[in-house]
Design a protein around this ligand. Structure first.
Ligand code: KG4
Ligand code: ZN
Length: 336
């Protein structure tokens, strides 16, 4: 069974070919980061246009790398939300055209669910149930994966997503887009205990997140220091901010595992590439005798392999889409 996956929700055009459940034959990712960097963030109109230019060459490369032809493909899975509407529509239109012309089923995949399924590709023996901490540029959520097609939202962010906070704080620190990896790098030279930034909603049994107060605290700190003409140690700010984020994420993820009696925690989404988050979770899960997995770097950020994998498991329960499929920019984890 060959599933062709398509991802175009933000600034990566990606197509992957997956054999059965977890054998990845190709995963081609064309990133637009260098284009958007000069604007300090993703420009939606440019992203859509670039997806249109990139999608056919990416498709060709994915087929060549997998050593298959279009006639070998059994089904098409596409991310239809959440994301930028114009960007999503490029992938959705391509998927519909391919499914129609090849006369194969079309599968509509929630991009966030895709991020969780990236773990099945990096850890082939992984099976539900487990708890997933989904931390991306647009979302922060704890998800109880009861089975491949049955999951519940345990908690999510009330305002900014973790990745969004990284990107906004990076901008204040004068770092380029995307800010997460830049803060991760800069923080390595800083003292995480230098500044005590606030951590919201840390009460017991609260599995919701809030990062806007933390972001404002960093901005206020910077302004305050500037007004008093004091030298700012940017590495200390980056390290202290990063520690505040990872403390909140790890505390809640471990508490939710214990509350739900789950022995496995997985990380998902772009922020899963953060070295402190990964290190802190590794340490704490070991201490609490929990199993911990996270996707390898290339599968953490946006890619089509995770979309193909999620799509494959949807096909097992005949969860197919029809040609009325549209992009849904604000799709949430519980929508289906
Ligand atoms: O999952 P993703 O590729 O796109 C969305 O679906 O949003 O996540 C992108 C986010 C960006 O906010 C980026 O700054 C963040 O992931 N990110 C990181 C790191 N690498 C990427 N955040 C912190 N540390 C990193 N190493
Ligand atoms: Zn993503």
């Amino acid at each position: 069974m060959l599933t062709l996956g398509i991802e175009s929700s933000c600034d990566e055009t990606s197509i992957a070919i997956l054999e059965d459940d977890r054998k990845l034959l190709s995963n081609i990712i064309s990133t637009q980061i260098p284009i958007h960097k000069k604007f300090g963030g993703v420009v939606p109109e440019i992203a859509s246009r670039k997806h249109i230019v990139n999608i056919m060459p990416v498709l060709e490369e994915a087929l060549t790398k997998a050593q298959v032809t279009l006639s070998d493909i059994d089904q098409i899975a596409v991310a239809y939300g959440p994301g930028l509407v114009g960007a999503l529509l490029v992938g959705v239109s391509a998927a519909k055209a391919l499914a129609f012309s090849l006369d194969v089923p079309l599968i509509a995949v929630n991009h966030l669910e895709g991020h969780i399924f990236a773990n099945f590709l990096s850890t082939p023996h992984l099976k539900p149930p487990f708890l997933a901490l989904v931390v991306s540029g647009g979302h922060t959520a704890l998800v109880h994966m009861q089975d491949y097609n049955r999951f519940t939202l345990v908690g999510e962010t009330r305002d900014d997503a973790a990745g969004e906070a990284f990107d906004k704080v990076a901008r204040v620190l004068g770092l380029p887009y995307p800010g997460g990896p830049e803060i991760d790098r800069l923080a390595k030279d800083g003292n995480p205990l230098a500044i005590d930034f606030p951590k919201a909603l840390l009460k017991k049994d609260n599995y919701e997140f809030s990062f806007s107060g933390l972001k404002s605290a960093v901005i206020n700190y910077m302004h305050n220091m500037e007004q008093r003409q004091k030298t700012i140690n940017r590495a200390d700010v980056a390290a202290s901010f990063q520690k505040a984020v990872t403390d909140i994420l790890t505390t809640k993820a471990i508490a939710a595992c214990q509350k739900l009696h789950l022995d496995t925690l997985v990380l998902a989404g772009g922020v899963a590439a953060n070295s402190r988050l990964e290190g802190q979770l590794r340490e704490l899960t070991e201490k609490e005798h929990l199993k911990f997995y996270y996707p390898n770097r290339i599968l953490c950020t946006d890619n089509a392999a995770m979309i193909a994998c999620r799509g494959y498991y949807q096909s097992l329960v005949h969860d197919f889409a029809d040609f009325n499929l549209n992009a849904v920019p604000y799709l949430s984890l519980t929508d289906k």
